[in-house]
Design a protein around this ligand. Sequence first.
Ligand SMILES: Nc1ncnc2c1ncn2[C@@H]1O[C@H](COP(=O)(O)OP(=O)(O)OP(=O)(O)O)[C@@H](O)[C@H]1O
Ligand SMILES: CC(=O)N[C@H]1[C@@H]2OC[C@@H](O2)[C@@H](O)[C@@H]1O[C@H](C)C(=O)O
Length: 397
Amino acid sequence: MNRNLQHLFAIAEKPVRRIIGLMSGTSLDGLDVALCAISGSGMDTQVKLEYFDTVPYPLEVKEEVRRIFAKETISFQQLCLLNPWIASLHAQWILACLEKWGVKPEEVDLIASHGQTVYHSPKILHKLETFPNATLQIGDGDHIAVRTGIITLSDFRQKHIAAGGEGAPLALYGDYCLFSKKDEDRVMLNMGGIANFTFLPGSLDAEGVFVTDTGPGNTLLDAFARKYFQAEYDNDAAFAKQGTVSEALLAALKDNSFFKEPFPRTTGPELFSIRYVEQAQERSGTTDLGAYDVMATLTRFSADTIADALKSVLQAGKDYAVYVSGGGAHNPLLVGLIKEQLPRLNIRTTGELGIAGDAKEAVLFAILANEAICGEKIDFGKPGMPAITMGKLSFPA
Ligand SMILES: Nc1ncnc2c1ncn2[C@@H]1O[C@H](COP(=O)(O)OP(=O)(O)OP(=O)(O)O)[C@@H](O)[C@H]1O
Ligand SMILES: CC(=O)N[C@H]1[C@@H]2OC[C@@H](O2)[C@@H](O)[C@@H]1O[C@H](C)C(=O)O
């Protein structure tokens, strides 16, 4: 047997695998690095989050990525150059984290790299008959494997599309294995740039699992915080809290076919952009609205669309535990507005389940890699949620 395969085989047989999960999401705030000790697979998966850090993207990196991020027209050269550049930066940051934590690269079994999404274009967005659902994550796995010396799994989303999905959300595969609890219906709500949630039935029945993106989480808030206030985000909703919601603008923001598509539906900043808001302002005659009022309205827009999607799945009059994660969980106004609409939600954090909210998505990619090496495909029995394991293998040599 080839040495690489021998090594992989030995990893699959270990009682505990140390896997680094990486996530750098649509907010471009940084690279989340989670070193996990994982045993078992599927519903028997056990995870201990050993170390976690977010390496902030330096301004220069944000600027280079923004030159192509979610843009229909870009420099092809920029895309080509960024693919290995992002990978080598991620590799460099992984090695720095390992050094800080006192862990040697040879003590790590696998890296699970999400890569940097630069464009997400499901059919419901591009609406072109000829073309399939499509999504593109850069930061090639071969570069990470060679630079770190650690076997790397990457590019998780393509098989999801090949098997009939939109390439997202992938959270359900890890949420189901890790957070399902017998006799307790749970909702795992992640509010990153884009918000999504997984419903986990207390029956543990895979066919009862539900997942979808709901629409914007922080992406519009971040874009307008940058535009109006030269701030990276609306820290603790300080700007939005000073404004008043414009019902006219809110109605125009909600008037988009995305919100009528069947679940699971996915989206990104390709749709929910500054242009999206400006067009809604023009349609609703609110172009003169003050910056604080725009921020207040955008926060309500995120909260309402999250609450509406939750209402369509949860039974009215029943109590649910909702475990929140992602940066939006730190936004008190956003969380408060969701709670106002769904008073019977019992809002908790994934930290109460042992995984800090900021680390959750990175941990989920470590779980996906574990499933690819040791698990079996799980059949959720629904279109858009294919029964697959994911991730492409890169060997260091
Ligand atoms: N204290 C806070 N107050 C308000 N917003 C906050 C706070 N802390 C973080 N955020 C928001 O969280 C964002 C980062 O969230 P996160 O890291 O979950 O996004 P992401 O992983 O890039 O997104 P996605 O899940 O869509 O890929 C920030 O850009 C900011 O909008
Ligand atoms: C294409 C892409 O990168 N999508 C992200 C993004 O961030 C949140 C939401 O939009 C979700 O669909 C997805 O990430 C998570 C990890 C997922 O696939 O579940």
